[in-house]
Design a protein around this ligand. Structure first.
Ligand SMILES: [Fe+2]
Ligand SMILES: [Fe+2]
Length: 250
């Protein structure tokens, strides 16, 4: 790893665009330090270079390949996992991309028109996305949580009965499918995040990051569609059965 100490920030980021995101989380905008070496930047910012480098390594492994295991988890854990990824999207990924877009015109006047479009469209996407997340957490996850608590005896029947009158997993699932590609607008104005070799490094980093976000959001939605919804449909069915049994007893 020592050989990375003396590389310039531009070289480090050009080799692997995702490194720019690690630098951002350490408070370094890569385009402000293009010609400085990693060692110089760390010294200037009072950062521990080994920590920065090991974070750069681990960001590549931050894969979503653990999804396969999620199928085996109980629904409450799947919800915890989804909430955690919502948190990462909102607190880390989106602010980072927002910052890349903000910095676009400052560093390169050639992109002033694209930067204007992105500045208009990105906040709209963020708004829709946050609304989507709130709806999931406040209504859907809360409803599923109440089903599961009822089955484990932690919630009174009346409470859940009222919730079931208002909600249906099937409707949530259908509605969810309709919001398939949230990033359509962004994909359109960037021509599918395509750039040429000569493009400015800033554009490459930004487009790569947008494509990565789109991919991760698709994976996230798949976990909801293929794991969360089937599991909670089953849960809902069990609760209905339990109600039938209770009704027979009365
Ligand atoms: Fe979600
Ligand atoms: Fe979703």
């Amino acid at each position: 790893m020592q050989e990375l100490y003396h590389k310039t920030i531009t070289d480090l980021v050009s080799e692997n665009f995702v490194r720019a995101s690690t630098l951002y989380y350490f408070g370094v905008k890569f385009y402000d330090y293009r010609e400085e070496t990693l060692e110089q930047v760390c010294l200037e910012k009072g950062l521990n270079i080994t920590t920065v480098l090991s974070s750069m390594e681990s960001v590549n492994k931050e894969d979503v390949s653990q999804n396969v295991q999620l199928m085996a988890y109980p629904v409450d854990l799947v919800i915890e996992y989804l909430k955690h990824s919502h948190f990462i999207f909102v607190k880390k990924r989106l602010p980072y991309i927002g910052q890349l877009i903000d910095g676009l015109a400052d560093v390169n006047f050639r992109y002033s028109s694209l930067s204007k479009d992105l500045k208009a469209v990105f906040p709209l996407f963020v708004e829709d996305f946050i609304e989507h997340i709130y709806e999931e957490e406040d209504i859907l996850f809360a409803y599923i949580g109440s089903l599961s608590k009822f089955l484990s005896g932690d919630k009174p029947a009346s409470n859940v009965y009222y919730g079931m009158e208002k909600n249906s997993i099937q409707e949530f699932a259908l509605d969810h499918g309709e919001h398939e590609n949230e990033m359509e607008g962004l994909s359109k104005i960037t021509n599918g995040y395509a750039y040429c070799d000569e493009a400015d490094l800033h554009i490459k980093v930004l487009f790569k990051e947008l494509a990565r976000l789109e991919n991760d959001l698709k994976i996230h939605a798949k976990v909801e569609d293929n794991i969360l919804f089937p599991k909670s449909l089953q849960l809902e069915r069990l609760v209905k059965l339990r109600f039938h049994e209770l009704a027979k007893l009365n």
